[in-house]
Design a protein around this ligand. Structure first.
Ligand SMILES: Nc1ncnc2c1ncn2[C@@H]1O[C@H](COP(=O)(O)OP(=O)(O)OP(=O)(O)O)[C@@H](O)[C@H]1O
Ligand SMILES: [Mg+2]
Length: 351
């Protein structure tokens, strides 16, 4: 195979659209996937300015190629939309890089565009399904809960211990299902970013102290030494209620997955750009092979035999922290304990 043919073969075999441009942003090559994505044939596209063919939502104010040109740095994972020849909007993920000649001088650009419409559609379907199930579960459950309470008060049941016991068990099961439906619904809203953050100046140390005090009675029940080494920090713009939920979920786990008389310590530190909050426990820990999955919805590591839960707590933590432009991470040693670290930017960062 000749060099030219070989190059063509590679370009047309990759499962993503690949387009090259010269230094004036005129298209110089256009593979088969690019033809499929845009609806333009290669001979129509080549020679045209790229914004005429790759009509993207980013073209006007946020052209990824401008960044490449100014910094000579490549970029990947940029999400946006392309309007194809027929006016349809196609969600895409874009990667860009500068092309240099052998002597290092700038020749043009490469843009790699992946059609992610199927992936977006599946995410939408998953979200709709989850919301629908959770929503439709809630009203019958509320009705069942109400009727159980009424039955408990009926004369025939009042004196009957067995019946009261049955009603208590049914009532507990109903309450568990209702809380699952509620958590389900809230998580699916968070996941789809439907839940707009209500941001205001928030003191992280005050929030941590509040959460610590709420958990103290439970920690004491387990004889756990719970401490918050919180020092004054600059207030940051955040959704205090949602962060309350983040800290509650992590602390709830730290206590739930620790043996009696263990220590749980919260500490904070500040860097130039971030506030870093550490939750350290001396609990059962998490095995290496489980670590990548614990932030996934409904994932419960081997702790599930020893405790109750829905596996949604950390998924909500991740979604909320991400919406704040922050990160959450974990390190753990089985048998010794875990450290969950939440990093929140001091300045608002665009998502
Ligand atoms: N501090 C911890 N120590 C040990 N294991 C942990 C810790 N935090 C989380 N895990 C593991 O990660 C899993 C996922 O945690 P997550 O908070 O999402 O769910 P859950 O606690 O099981 O249920 P939920 O929070 O919805 O009531 C847990 O089931 C547990 O196995
Ligand atoms: Mg939990």
């Amino acid at each position: 195979m000749k060099k030219q043919q070989f190059r063509r073969f590679i370009l047309d075999s990759v499962p993503v659209a690949m387009v090259t441009m010269d230094a004036d942003l005129k298209i110089t090559s256009f593979n088969i996937r690019a033809e499929e994505l845009t609806g333009y044939a290669a001979h129509e596209a080549i020679g045209q300015p790229c914004h005429m063919i790759l009509r993207s939502s980013r073209c006007e104010n946020d052209c990824p190629l401008q960044t490449v040109a100014s910094s000579m740095e490549s970029a990947t994972g940029l999400e946006g939309e392309i309007v194809d020849r027929f006016g349809d909007h196609v969600p895409v993920r874009i990667g860009t890089a500068a092309i240099e000649s052998d002597d290092g001088s700038f020749v043009g650009y490469l843009e790699v565009i992946e059609d992610i419409s199927r992936q977006k559609e599946m995410e939408r379907e998953k979200h709709n399904f989850i919301s629908m199930v959770a929503h439709d579960m809630k009203s019958p459950l509320i009705a069942i809960g109400g009727l159980i309470n009424r039955l408990k008060k009926e004369q025939t049941c009042k004196g009957n211990e067995k019946l009261q016991e049955y009603l208590r068990v049914i009532g507990d099961a109903e309450a568990r299902l209702e809380s699952l439906a509620q958590e389900f619904l809230e998580y699916s809203r968070l996941e789809s970013s439907q839940l707009n953050l209500q941001q205001s100046e928030t003191s992280i140390e005050e929030l941590l102290q509040k959460v610590t005090e709420i958990h103290r009675p439970r920690a004491e029940e387990q004889k756990i030494d719970l401490s918050c080494e919180c020092k004054p920090l600059p207030a940051i713009k955040a959704d205090a209620d949602r962060l309350h939920r983040v800290f509650t979920n992590i602390l709830d786990n730290a206590i739930k997955y620790s043996p009696e008389k263990a220590e749980v310590t919260i500490s904070v530190k500040e860097t130039d750009q971030e506030i870093v909050i550490r939750f350290k426990d001396q609990g059962w820990g998490i095995a290496d092979e489980e670590l990548p999955y614990i932030f996934d919805a409904f994932y419960r590591a081997d702790a599930k035999e020893k405790s109750t839960g829905h596996g949604l707590g950390l998924a909500a933590v991740k979604a909320i922290v991400r919406q704040h432009g922050g990160r959450v991470s974990v390190t753990s040693t089985p048998g010794k304990g875990s450290v969950f670290t939440v990093r929140l930017p001091k300045e608002e960062k665009p998502l």
